[in-house]
Design a protein around this ligand. Sequence first.
Ligand code: PMP
Length: 410
Amino acid sequence: MNQYLEIFSRRMREGGSPKAEREFLEISRIAGKFPAARSPLGGAAAEVSVWCSNDYLGMGQHPLVLAATREALDEHGAGSGGSRNIGGTNHYHVLLERELADLHGKADALLFSSGYTANDGALTVLAGRPGDCVVFSDEMNHASIIDGLRHSGAEKRIFRHNDTAHLEELLSAADPDRPKMIVMESVYSMAGDVAPLAEIARIARKYGAMTFLDEVHAVGMYGPEGAGIAASLGIADQFTVIMGTLAKGFGTTGGYIAGPAELVDAVRGLSRSFIFTTALPPAVVAGALAAVRHLRGSEEERDRLHANARLTHRLLTERGIPFVSDGSHIVSIFVGDDALAQRVSALLLERHGIYVQAINAPSVRAGQEILRSAPGAVHQPAQIEGFVEALDGIWRELGVPRAREPRPAG
Ligand code: PMP
């Protein structure tokens, strides 16, 4: 064993390791245990049905997306061959950036290899110099936003989750002459709750703040042509930069920002996570382009997703199984106990072949443990009934508290 490994292992055994290292080891230990399904639908071809996939609309399996991916794979090969600035840009990258700018009604858009690197890279630049701004960030913002803001070195004020009165209080106390940025998500990934975007836009206007909106859990799923929550409210133009992913509603992988040309140019020219990495493979980009184009013209997947969400909300309510969702497609079953959440998740898998990940701290606050379920557009109503039925049985067996006494369906 080399010296580093020896010291590292000893520190881990002695329990003196920093929290991050312990978390890393814990994650590595359980990573191999996540069930793998070949299809979110379950059935004969799969070991389990997945109820926590972010491929919300099933676009990762859509024939148009697969055909476009195959065609580009045959034509351009498996990789991009370089970074965007050195040989890695293919015409699919350019086409997709134009498509995304158009989708969000912005002048320009920029692709990154993931949503994580998009937030990290864009916020590092936009919140850092030359903006030198004070940033107002929702306390529940995703790790990629937190990391981007850290890397920017910007002065940061955290407002209570979705609390616009607190946001306004913080803004009114800030130096009126400093540039300001408000950063938030639209649909939050764990509780499925939706930000009060119209009110945030009003406050941003009042204090002259620029707005950076993460619509990762909304693009493809909400709004006209799948342009997101701000677009569904008709206020996308009031958000300076809209950030999204290709890995959830659009079923592939990659991330992006869309915004004014001068800001996108600055990010293109300065963002290290854009410049110093290999570009997305053309086949992936071609698949994503097919997904975005299809979802701009088709309501079918969105309609099925929202009908399935409504059915799940109704059945859970009838059984008194507590959940948080705020009417969105993310339906988190509330357990409120670490060990119990793990136990419910394990029983669902063992007995019913249903995989829903239990979410513990730090992803949610201790005492707020959930099973993060997201019934997708591809699930059938009968499967949703089976899912709720399975939960109901486990609730009864383990004596998990109900939201209230169950009442008969119908
Ligand atoms: N923002 C939010 C709100 C997210 O939930 C995630 C990932 N779950 C990301 C950004 C990162 O996106 P990606 O998975 O494409 O890296």
